[in-house]
Write a protein that binds this ligand. Structure first.
Ligand SMILES: NC(=O)c1ccc[n+]([C@@H]2O[C@H](COP(=O)([O-])OP(=O)(O)OC[C@H]3O[C@@H](n4cnc5c(N)ncnc54)[C@H](OP(=O)(O)O)[C@@H]3O)[C@@H](O)[C@H]2O)c1
Length: 257
């Protein structure tokens, strides 16, 4: 039996659904029969993904803006029903040695990756608890499980996301809601391309050298594909994962465990 047969008729929110991992998650959920609302700041990217499956619709919103997220919830839920599934995926990463990290860059990284994740799920919590069902999935990172050099703010933010996930799992455990995180290693998306460009600019390495140095952090020696992350999210959203809550699932070719 396919997952598509198990979870039709639901409504999901996927932040950062206009590109990369979020796009793959939106397409996987839609293919499983779920209505998906995606958000991000770039309307054109949202429209492109919405054009790929008519179960997907886009609403532009910045996850760091509480009022914008409240407005998104109001509009999306009025149109298509309460969110059964919320995937907090939007994120960004810069890099600098910790002692050269400007407070503004530190703050922005925490705002988008951690506070944005909180503001993404907060409006869903009371409704899910009242309905005694719901799925919350955070797209964290192996950077939520271990340290990496030159990305202190990102590592701190993603560790924060794992803490938030654990707290919410404890808070919702009696209510039929599950709360989990998936923790990918390097995934082949725009974000990875930006990291490769930064390495080239800062070290003078070639594209091939930069790519192979990042791929070598994965013991399998490869980049994760967005569809692999989406498959784990789809499983967490299905009936078969009812007993899985409070987990940080590493999708990293064995880089962390
Ligand atoms: N790629 C990797 O190697 C990797 C590894 C581990 C974890 N992750 C995590 O996976 C998630 C998705 O990243 P990705 O690799 O798919 O990168 P990506 O293609 O750059 O996607 C990031 C998405 O987040 C959205 N976003 C960023 N800031 C936002 C904001 N303030 N409000 C609303 N949306 C915002 C972006 O849309 P707009 O620009 O239109 O707002 C974009 O669609 C992130 O949480 C990232 O940390 C990625």
């Amino acid at each position: 039996m396919t997952a598509a047969a198990t979870i039709p008729g639901k409504h999901a929110l996927v932040t950062g659904g206009g590109s990369g991992v979020g796009r793959a998650i939106a397409l996987a959920l839609a293919a499983a029969g779920i209505g998906v609302t995606i958000c991000g700041r770039r309307e054109a990217e949202l429209a492109k993904v919405a054009g790929e499956n008519d179960r997907i619709s886009g609403i532009a919103a910045d996850v760091t803006d509480e009022a914008a997220m409240a407005a998104l919830y109001e509009r999306a839920q009025a149109a298509r029903g309460a969110f059964d599934i919320v995937v907090a995926n939007a994120g960004m990463a810069g890099s600098a040695p910790a002692h050269k990290t400007a407070l503004s860059d530190w703050q922005r990284t925490l705002d988008v990756n951690l506070t944005g994740a909180f503001l993404t799920v907060k409006p869903a919590l009371s409704g899910m608890a009242a309905r005694k069902t719901g799925r919350i999935v955070f797209i964290a990172s192996t950077a939520g499980l271990k340290g990496y050099a030159y990305v202190a703010s990102y590592v701190a933010a993603k560790h924060g996301v794992i803490g938030l996930m654990r707290a919410l799992a404890a808070e919702t455990v009696k209510s039929g809601v599950t709360v989990n995180a998936v923790c990918p290693g390097f995934v082949e998306t725009e974000m990875l391309e930006e990291s490769i460009q930064r390495i080239i600019e800062k070290t003078g390495r070639s594209v091939e050298q930069a790519r192979s140095s990042l791929a070598s952090t994965n013991p399998q020696g490869r980049f994760i594909q967005p569809d692999e992350v989406a498959a784990a999210v789809l499983w967490l959203c299905g009936d078969a994962a009812q007993s899985i809550t409070g987990q940080a699932i590493s999708i990293s070719g064995g880089e962390t465990w």
